[in-house]
Design a protein around this ligand. Structure first.
Ligand code: ACO
Length: 428
């Protein structure tokens, strides 16, 4: 017997089915609520209790600190898989066999040429433009060069769109950074792996040979894997809701990039480093900033701490903390800002305010530290997050369209003025 939930409104009781996911999560299906009750709706700001869809891509349990892509634990994927394998897994549902993976890698390489006209668009931005704004615009601009919307029901069309965006996106990322730094644009090098190619396109200096550092390659590979999907977060929900109007894939991705930009979401990695730099400039007094974070009359928050879903250690943060230590010791970096980060982490983990609210360091607390050590400018951190999240957004867009989900259109409870008469301007 399946479970039933009852809601009583003005003395009438209505029954709703309780659905159960494969990991025993339960949800009350209220899709018939308005019809049955004559227009009563639910309200749930921030959607803290609202599931927007059924999804078979990513499972996370915030209480236990569990994260899985298509059933595989994030710990195992970060240790044994590479980013393109994970991208294929997320988008197409299964790990690719050797031949499929090789084809996927090669098809992406073939697509890593960006129309020269796009360069003109990059050039038109002011040098100081924020890279997330540039990236979002460039991704949107790709629609102008690829006007046909993807036919999601055609496996071939979908595959072609995937390799196209996976191939071109790293070039856009690298050009965005080089524009910001006044460096000439670099083309993709098809002799290299996906990660090595990204690093070379970003860092190769004119007239110098770029030497790959395997520790950095490994750290970036892991970072991208860890960021690749995170179920119905703000940017992913944006991609799904924009796509639900049957807007094209690239347009939906561009909207996702804009959503990711905010400091309460992907922009947190930039905000973490800016916060740490601010604390250092102010004399490095971490206790003062701990007190500010706890003071309810002070808007300051400890960036990189807390998570909407994880009320336990963020499993990604555990993995990335190890990678951060590896990168810092390999590069022999002694950075006062990193010492402040370690001090804050130590103090917060021992402080009752943070412990009782289950506020642990999140993935962005450590990712910013690695990016800084790698020489990536702070404003580019969220762009690196977008690079990792790309396959997740594509997978979620594809799933939403294949499941023929209706257009996303939430309700509201109106709290404005009641009907009133228009007063001509001269009488106001
Ligand atoms: N510093 C200080 N206090 C905090 C912090 C923080 N970083 N985060 C939460 N709190 C406090 C809140 O003030 C609140 O206290 P109260 O219960 O006494 O009122 C309590 O903890 C719960 O916080 P909420 O804001 O209700 O939690 P929510 O789930 O809405 O927010 C969020 C999660 C937005 C991530 C929040 O913790 C935050 O702003 N963190 C800093 C920004 C950040 O690191 N964002 C990255 C998230 S990870 C990602 O997007 C990849």
């Amino acid at each position: 017997m399946s479970e039933i939930a009852k809601i009583e409104v003005n003395g009438s009781v209505y029954e709703f089915p309780v659905i159960e996911g494969t990991e025993n999560e339960k949800a009350i299906n209220i899709s018939k609520l308005r019809g049955l009750t004559g227009g009563v709706t639910t309200i749930d700001p921030g959607y803290k209790n609202t599931g927007s869809c059924e999804s078979g891509i990513t499972f996370l349990d915030g209480e236990k600190g569990t994260l899985r892509y298509r059933g595989y634990s994030i710990e195992e994927l970060a240790e044994k898989a590479d980013f393109l394998e994970v991208a294929y897994l997320l988008i197409f549902g299964e790990l690719p066999d050797a031949a499929t993976l090789e084809k996927f890698q090669n098809d992406i390489k073939k697509q890593s040429i960006v129309d020269e006209e796009i360069k003109k668009i990059v050039d038109a931005f002011p040098k100081a433009a924020h890279p997330m704004g540039v990236l979002s615009s460039l991704t949107s601009a790709l629609t102008a060069f690829n006007p046909n919307s993807v036919d999601v029901d055609s496996e071939e069309a979908m595959y072609n769109a995937v390799v196209k965006i996976m191939g071109k996106f790293p070039v856009l990322v690298a050009w965005t950074m080089r524009k910001n730094q006044g460096m000439p644009f670099k083309y993709s090098d098809s002799s290299l792996g996906y990660i090595e190619n990204i690093l070379k396109m970003m860092f190769k200096k004119p007239g110098e040979k770029y030497v790959q550092n395997p520790v950095l390659v490994n750290a970036l590979d892991k970072l991208l894997i860890l960021h690749a999907d995170h179920e119905q977060n703000c940017s992913t929900s944006t991609v799904r809701i924009v796509g639900s109007s049957h807007a094209g894939l690239f347009a939906s991705l561009s909207a996702g990039i804009s959503a990711l930009w905010g400091p309460l979401h992907g922009g947190a990695n930039q905000a973490v480093l800016e916060m740490l730099a601010g604390i250092e400039e102010d004399g490095g007094d971490t206790a003062k900033y701990m007190a500010k974070a706890k003071d309810k009359s002070d808007p300051f928050r400890l960036m990189g701490f807390g998570h909407r879903v994880y009320k336990n250690f963020d499993p990604r943060a555990k993995i990335i903390k190890v990678a951060a230590d590896e990168v810092l010791s390999d590069l022999g970096i002694e950075d006062p800002i990193l010492n402040i980060a370690k001090g804050l982490e130590r103090e917060a983990l021992a402080d009752d305010y943070f412990v009782s609210r289950k506020l642990y360091p999140n993935v962005d607390f450590y990712s910013g530290i690695i990016y800084r050590a790698m020489g990536i400018p702070t404003e580019m951190f969220t762009v690196m997050f977008a690079l990792g999240r790309l396959p997740g957004w594509i997978a979620q867009w594809k799933e939403m369209r294949l499941r023929k989900e209706p257009i996303g259109r939430p309700r509201q409870v109106y709290i404005g003025e009641n009907l009133r008469s228009f007063v001509p301007v001269e009488k106001r």
